[in-house]
Write a protein that binds this ligand. Structure first.
Ligand code: URA
Ligand code: CA
Length: 433
């Protein structure tokens, strides 16, 4: 087989075979195929697309390029959730204990935050003592006993994806549905999921700016999952403004506790119930989404979800008493309000820019080596569609520095107040097959 023939075949719009795709993925991972040929093929795929079969072959070739996590010693159907990334996205912190309270096994491999989006591990580490450096044996044992555990990234997962993604980044070929879909799905499958729930974000804070693009990506991923024997469902949700009210590590941990008590922000609660219902159905603990939703509401109301969160924290060394005494969480030295400059209705709060403002306070990393400040961040007092009077606080800044002028300017630049505005639709589409 010759790479040049494979490039020509794709350039001319033909479908590649399983053997050809494996040849490309293995050859590129082993450095037998040079960057210039791989980038040429990526561009040909960008223009010519891939069939459903090709997408599934590409996904599995990337899965098989490295280690795969073996969760077969965990009883039950392991359902993983993936979000395409957002600002103030506190869902995983709530979902993990919530579905575990219904005996859905949550064996979560998670990462740290980079750029304007936060990472689940960072948020959890705002609880004193909590750590994810546990052995795979311990991880499996915890999930079997208590149904939920989080482990840091282990093993050499999907090296082919790492290498191809880095190349796409500098060859203007990131924005290709078959390449994004196979990239995301390969990582979930290598991490051991039996079933997958996808939260595809749309809006100015997201990768996919329009609902149509997000739907295309979601359908592509659901198809891949189902083709390779991993049942997959997806939703399209809004990320034009931050999710919930809190942005920042300890602040989001507090928000998760509130939500598990049934006292969380409306949008976060709704998203958690929607995604959680899909997880419960895929784990075969309920026959349909309505029944699942009722079960989730019940464990929030009777306190079992919150109890599960405490068990989860203390199992991994965390001080679970923070749940009842939030003053034990890291707290920022200063609080500043951001007063509205006019009366009206909030019409825009640009999610990614507000995420960057939070990062400027120290809540996020610009580079992997940065040390983050767990205490700082933002809490929105108003959201899009809310009425506000001149001088009233739009949001509260939690800082460990008195100089927040640049942050305030960034926030003012990205929040708009108009005469009229409506609340954006939170959940656009629910895709079950
Ligand atoms: N995120 C991924 O993991 N892969 C892509 O290709 C794009 C976004
Ligand atoms: Ca939030």
């Amino acid at each position: 087989m010759r790479m040049v023939d494979i490039i020509a075949k794709k350039r001319d719009g033909h479908a590649l075979t399983k053997e050809e795709i494996e040849f490309v993925v293995n050859g590129y991972t082993n450095d037998d195929i040079p960057d210039y040929q791989m980038s040429s093929l990526a561009m040909a795929i960008f223009f010519q697309d891939m069939t459903d079969e090709e997408r599934a072959y590409l996904t599995m070739a990337m899965v098989e390029s490295g280690d795969q996590i073996d969760l077969s010693n965990i009883e039950g159907i392991k359902v993983d959730k993936h979000s395409t990334g957002g600002v103030g996205d506190t869902t995983t912190l709530v979902l993990a204990p919530l579905v575990a309270a219904l005996d859905v096994p949550v064996a979560k491999m998670s990462g740290r935050g980079l750029g304007h989006t936060g990472g689940t591990i960072d948020k959890l580490e705002s609880v004193e003592g909590f750590h994810v450096e546990i052995s795979e044996e311990e991880f499996v044992k915890l999930v079997n006993e208590d149904k939920v555990a989080v482990i840091g990234q282990t093993g050499n997962l999907t090296p082919a994806d790492k290498k191809i993604y880095a190349l796409r980044d500098v060859t203007a070929t990131v924005n290709s549905i078959p390449l994004i879909a196979s990239s995301i799905m390969s990582k979930k499958i290598a991490a051991g999921a039996d079933a997958i729930v996808l939260d595809v974000k749309t809006g100015n804070g997201a990768f996919m700016k329009t609902v149509e693009d997000a739907e295309q990506l979601a359908h592509a991923m659901v198809k891949i999952g189902n083709q390779v024997g991993r049942q997959t469902m997806a939703i399209i949700s809004d990320m034009s403004q931050p999710l919930g009210r809190a942005i920042g590590n300890a602040l989001e941990l507090q928000e998760a506790i509130d939500t598990l008590k049934g006292e969380g922000p409306e949008d976060l609660t709704e998203l958690v119930l929607t995604l959680g219902s899909q997880m419960v159905v895929l784990a075969q603990k309920a026959k349909d989404l309505d029944e699942a939703r009722g079960m989730l509401q019940e464990v929030i109301d009777n306190g079992k979800a919150l109890e599960k969160f405490k068990t989860f924290l203390s199992n991994q060394g965390g001080d679970a008493s923070v749940v009842d005494d939030p003053s034990k969480l890291p707290t920022a030295q200063y609080q500043f309000e951001l007063p509205a400059k006019r009366s009206g209705v909030v019409s825009e709060m640009i999610a990614n820019e507000i995420g960057i403002a939070s990062m400027m306070l120290g809540a996020g990393r610009q580079t992997k080596e940065d040390v983050i400040d767990l205490a700082v961040g933002l809490v929105l007092n108003k959201k899009v569609g809310d009425r506000v009077e001149e001088g009233e606080s739009l949001l509260t800044i939690y800082a460990n520095s008195e100089d927040v002028e640049q942050v305030k300017q960034k926030l003012y630049d990205n929040i708009t107040i108009s005469d009229h505005a409506e609340q954006p639709q939170l959940i656009h589409t629910i895709i079950t097959e």
